[in-house]
Design a protein around this ligand. Structure first.
Ligand SMILES: Nc1ncnc2c1ncn2[C@@H]1O[C@H](COP(=O)(O)OP(=O)(O)OP(=O)(O)O)[C@@H](O)[C@H]1O
Ligand SMILES: [Mg+2]
Length: 202
């Protein structure tokens, strides 16, 4: 594994709109003290979204990805960012340690998006995105297989369980990268099962 300078990992929480990304990021940030980097807020703050030509959805913004990466470059360099965004493949793999794709049952997602007042077209587009596993595929195409995990967010308990699993993964990452308490970890050579990011799949 390449050595990293950041003392905390950068974690992407991605998925179809409405699956529960921000809910997870807020809970994870409050449990770990890591920073919730909400890309929607960054785009607004730095005015790097341009109105799309989609007359049905004038609020949709086309984001200037190069400018976005410039704006967050130092944050990613520092580490400890929980990135909240419905796309993931723009972030450089060398700066990312874990990609969690939040998943949700179609009917539950339909109800959530309907409750937001989404029109039929936008609703169907987002449901198709979830059904076609667009974000899972994007994550798997852009990052090493073992960095990508899928987590369900349908019931309130799911959020607690997922956050606990990511916290455990963060502890493993710190052990593996010698970032525990600022002291180089004492490697004994043997890796425990729970040190493996794949354990998140189980
Ligand atoms: N596991 C869950 N159980 C119950 N409700 C949930 C769960 N996860 C998310 N929700 C609810 O679903 C709605 C959407 O969640 P959230 O805003 O976190 O989604 P999001 O992925 O950040 O959406 P967007 O892409 O639009 O920012 C919220 O009302 C939230 O309370
Ligand atoms: Mg959100």
């Amino acid at each position: 594994m390449p050595s990293v300078t950041r003392s905390d990992p950068n974690i992407i929480i991605t998925g179809t709109p409405g699956v529960g990304k921000s809910t997870h990021c807020e809970a994870l940030a409050s449990k770990t003290g890591l920073h919730h980097l909400n890309i929607n807020d960054v785009v607004k703050k730095h005015s790097i979204g341009e109105a799309s030509n989609d007359g049905n959805d004038p609020n949709t913004k086309i984001v200037d990805e190069d400018r976005l990466l410039d704006v967050i470059e130092n944050d990613l360099e520092d580490g400890g960012q929980i990135i909240d965004w419905h796309a993931c493949d723009l972030f450089p793999p060398r700066q990312i340690d874990l990609v969690a794709v939040i998943r949700c049952d179609n009917q539950i997602l339909y109800d959530r998006l309907k409750a937001r007042g989404y029109g039929e077209k936008k609703l169907q587009e987002n449901l198709d995105c979830e059904i076609m596993e667009v974000l899972v595929q994007e994550a798997r195409d852009a990052y090493e297989g073992e960095m990508v995990v899928e987590l369900r967010s349908e019931k309130a308990e799911d959020v607690d369980g997922n956050v606990e699993r990511i916290e455990e993964w963060i502890r493993s990452w710190k052990r593996d990268n010698g970032k525990e308490g600022g002291v180089e970890a004492k490697g004994e050579g043997g890796k425990k099962d729970e040190d493996d990011p794949m354990f998140l799949h189980g």
